[in-house]
Design a protein around this ligand. Structure first.
Ligand code: HEM
Length: 325
């Protein structure tokens, strides 16, 4: 089942009312963002406007003993295993985005089934930062790229150097050899609250237990652009793919509302549990619903003034309602 907010934003989008969104998202219209994504990547009827190329899997999440000390959220303080439906994807709206591309993010989106019709979601990418600080900047970036005007594009990145950080970070690393051998980051800053009311700011990071395994540029060239799916099928036939869900603990002064800002490398982490991906799932299971980053449980709170975080849910609702028309 979806959160009330997800239902509300989807209804609003379906009725063409424009989805409601908090003031922190500023004046940027979620529909304009989806239109701009379509202008860059093409509109692909029946498909997501972003992270279009992907597939559905299933597994389970089991929290660690430490997790409940930081958050009272049911899946972190309870026992588990909690059933999970997940989707791996390539960033951007190209339905054939090559799995061999280095400077593109990989994504993982999770529905964690909390029982009694409730679920909580996580939507992460394989880079610690996003490409724009605010929805208005993301809209400007997409519209600039859609113009294909090299001078305009160059001027945008010169004026907004934070928008180059994700690409540089990805280019400094290898092409992930598998969806199961890359780390995924929540990017935004969340606040955890435990049963005693103590609060801690954190960033999510999923770390593959198989290690971060990458391909050299030459190895990547020998791979089929759609090799991740058969690779995972083969891998899962040998055993499940596992990830540690970790919470990177923030300190006073660490950026809370800027998805383009890195936290210092030396922050400590707590292992919050194990995500196990056991098998592929029918894609209709992932497509019949949207993964909503704001659908968090009591005990986990999204950032209050991060406009990118605020506008994601209404933008996803626009994409969801269009792909279901
Ligand atoms: C203003 C900023 C953003 C916009 C407008 C945006 C837009 C979208 C849209 C339209 C979708 C497709 C939703 C659907 O049809 O269900 C999507 C999916 C996705 N986005 Fe974003 N996004 C933004 C920021 C981010 C950030 C910061 C992250 C990572 C932390 C992220 C990660 C993902 C992932 C992993 C998916 C795939 C979800 C799935 O498999 O269904 N996005 N995004």
């Amino acid at each position: 089942m979806m959160s009330n907010r997800a239902v509300l934003v989807m209804l609003a989008a379906a009725l063409g009312m424009g989805a409601p969104h908090p003031a922190a998202a500023g004046d940027t219209d979620p529909e304009a963002l989806v239109n701009a994504l379509n202008a860059v990547f093409g509109a692909n009827p029946g498909k997501r406007a972003a992270h279009t190329h992907g597939f559905c899997v299933k597994g389970a999440f089991v929290p660690s003993d430490e997790a409940g000390k930081l958050s009272k959220a049911p899946h972190l303080s309870g026992k588990g295993p909690w059933p999970v439906v997940a989707r791996f994807s390539m960033g951007g709206g190209n339905p054939e985005a090559p799995n061999t591309q280095k400077d593109n993010t990989r994504g993982i989106a999770l529905h964690i089934d909390l029982g009694q019709g409730n679920q909580t979601d996580m939507v992460l990418i394989s880079a610690p930062v996003f490409v724009a600080k605010t929805p208005a900047k993301f809209l400007e970036l997409l519209q600039t790229v859609a113009s294909k005007d090299k001078d305009r594009i160059g001027a945008f990145f010169k004026a907004n150097p934070e928008s180059t950080l994700q690409k540089s970070w990805l280019n400094a690393r290898r092409v992930p050899a598998s969806y199961a051998t890359t780390s995924y980051f929540g990017v935004h800053t969340f606040t955890l609250t435990n049963a005693a009311g103590a609060k801690q700011i954190i960033k999510w990071k999923l770390i593959p237990k198989a290690g971060e395994v990458g391909l050299s540029d030459d190895e990547a060239k020998t791979k089929d652009p759609d090799f991740y799916r058969p690779e995972l099928v083969e891998r899962l036939a040998r055993g499940p793919a596992e990830f540690d869900l970790t919470a990177i603990l923030g300190q006073p002064g660490d950026a809370r509302d800027d998805p383009t800002a890195f936290w210092p490398e030396d922050r400590t982490s707590v292992v919050m549990g194990t995500l196990t991906i056991a098998a592929l799932e029918d894609d209709t299971v992932c497509d019949s619903n949207m993964f909503d980053p704001t659908n968090v449980s009591d005990g986990i709170e999204g950032p209050a003034n991060d406009g990118i975080f605020q506008i994601r849910s209404p933008a996803y609702a626009v994409s969801f309602s269009r792909r279901n028309q």
